[in-house]
Design a protein around this ligand. Sequence first.
Ligand code: CXF
Ligand code: ZN
Length: 372
Amino acid sequence: MTVSARAAICRGNSEPFKIEDVELDDLRPDELRVRVVACGVCHTDMAVRDEQLPVPHPVVLGHEGAGIVEEVGSAVTVAKPGDRVVMSFNSCGECPSCSVDAPTYCYNFFPHNWSGKRADGSAVMFKDGEPMNANFFGQSSFATHAIAHEQNTVKVPDSAADIPLERLAPIGCGLMTGAGAVLRSMEVREGMPIAVFGAGTVGMAAIMAARIAGADPIIAVDVNDERLALAKELGATHTFNGKEGATDKIRDLVPQGLGYAFDTTGINTIIQDAWGLLAPMGICGIVGASSPEDDLTFNESEFMGGGRRVMGILGGDSDVGPFLCELIEYHQKGQFPFEKLIGYFDFDQINEAIHASEDGSVVKPVLRISKE
Ligand code: CXF
Ligand code: ZN
């Protein structure tokens, strides 16, 4: 028996998202149906809207959902009906990456996250009886209800029962990526200097995590002074405006070079400048979405001679459940105050929320979809 839902349908960037009636399929053994309470808006949603990523249209987006489980398939162990959950990206659970708990590098990432259907090609969502494109990041949470999976669902620990789901919703994407890049991918060492380029959700999460790791100094670079002020509140010891000679200022501040340069901008000239600031054994971590045509150029002898590294990072090397629970614990201890990034919007204000993300007025818009 299918279940009725309302979902925001994306038909490209020439028209606004429109909330319409849809139906959700019956659950497969490894699936859960979640009543969505809230969902964050991420730049990847807009990249798909703008057809920069190969996700078929029309489509129901949204991949930072949180909600309450209504029903589970026979093989689900991660949560039960009534549980509070957050959803993240999906993975196959079986490939060489998944088998070493590195699901962000899942060999089968596309069919499980971006094909618009289940990995076996079947539809999870229908409109007027016709198959829709959904199952985006294994959830499609710009909707009142989502079908999620054993692999991308995390039960919120009972110890975090007092944290509202509308706050926890965005933890499974940009926050996880920035924090994981620092704590897991680059394993930032105490007392070592780091510079973070770009102070959006990912950059801000990296700054909070750098403080947790004890990095020093923690340098934030952005072109928006308000963002830089917020970065300082969250842990940056120094902030430089990228339009005002940031590279030279970093070189003056840290003459020995950076232990870590973390780029969230995806702009190759910024990445190359950042790489040029590295100390011996320094790591340049890259998470920004760059143009597919862009190349990076580094000097070979500096690269080899200093043992410098360039590290492509996806999803902060998160293993989903354990890492999201670790981040919730930091949040409870006041060490990961990501609520300062959030601005709330009602579900029917989805187009305003997207606009607020694009004009930079809100770092992390979150849609309120139903009452907890
Ligand atoms: C994703 C990319 C794949 C791993 C998790 C995060 N980014 C989404 O915006
Ligand atoms: Zn995202």
